[in-house]
Design a binder for this molecule. Sequence first.
Ligand SMILES: *Cc1c(COP(=O)(O)O)cnc(C)c1O
Ligand SMILES: [Zn+2]
Length: 433
Amino acid sequence: MALAPAETTTAFDFGPAVALSCRECGTRYDLGPDFACVECFGPLEVAYTWNSPGSTAVPVTRREIESGPANIWRYRSLLPVPAGVAGRRNLAPGWTKLIHAENLGRELGMRRLHVKDDSGNPTHSFKDRVVAIALEAARNFGFHTLSCSSTGNLAGAVTAAAARAGLDACVFIPSDLEEAKIVMASVYGGRLVGIQGTYDEVNRFCSELIGDPLGDRWGFVNVNLRPYYAEGSKTLAYEIAEQLGWRLPAQIVIPVASGSQLTKIDKGFRELVRLGLVEDTPYKIFGAQAAGCSPVSAAYKAGRDTVQPVRPDTIAKSLAIGNPADGPYVLDIARRTGGAVEDVTDAEVVDAIRLLARTEGVFAETAGGVTVGVLRKLLAGGLLDPAAETVVLNTGDGLKTLDAVAEQARPAAVIRPSLDAFRTAIGDNQGKG
Ligand SMILES: *Cc1c(COP(=O)(O)O)cnc(C)c1O
Ligand SMILES: [Zn+2]
């Protein structure tokens, strides 16, 4: 199954990664641009020296991590990347702020609430993490073009990473995305192609392209490089734990599109426990979706363990995946950890964006409105413990989804540059209450 490297002059260097292994049946494969098990069609995951059967290796200590660079490469011993990755041409994402959200917490009646703000990444969304790992895989396999099917943020992360690395890029998006995401996906160069259809249709198109000579030696970060890509989300778990002082949060609210991020944050937490880097304390994982695209939340509420695809209709376009590949794993993790999966309406998303901005000075994209909205709804429903240490993710920048709030965010007054005019304007406002 493993393909020979195309025209690479050196051997693969995946650092501590040694194989791909099937998440369902455990069959192992050589490291290659493969993503599905030939035995059972289960998703493939990266296996490392340190988690191979019988291994007692300790790959890294807290001290070694702490003395690493202020980006995801501080965790390189736990990722499928070469030891020298920090010196290579990539966007070096990560080590974003974990904000102690005291004001938002006060408003919601929570004492220990934190916002992990991934809008601080190079292309202003969490996607830079996953792309950075996929880029190293693409280099290993001798691919010349970096590609993806995207709900918006991924396209910009891929074209930017390809620009820095000196690779070609060709990315595919649904043609009805937000203006800012289209501009971002295009400004870094490469080729941006809009497809008339939903993300799920774009994704299916990309799967066809992989089997065609047109896509020869292309690395689709979220398709044929998916096992590597997915590992990037573990760095969110590592960072949160380290930033809390090497502790797991008791509760965490994570957005769900394909479900990959949520699944890998759980994996990251479990790895930290297994490696003795944090204490084995219980944590609950909560998934967040928009009501207009909530197939996982619907399955959770109905008590099903399979996900029925939907056709998305929501302003949270970055989460608009109607047929989420990792949906069943999300259900499993939410139930196993004592969490839940919940959804909020577009109006609740907008309210939550404004609440977070007003209380913490963090302007989230619609995906962040979804997580904060769900946090609020779970609290009201008694599913979240207001006293327990809680982290809520903001995975993207509000500047990318301005339309969501633009209507309600206008100048209080437009006046001539004079004190008199200002006085009148204030008086008018006060008069109107
Ligand atoms: C891609 C994305 C996610 C998570 O996507 P998964 O497919 O579930 O891993 C979350 N937030 C934003 C803003 C995204 O772009
Ligand atoms: Zn299998």
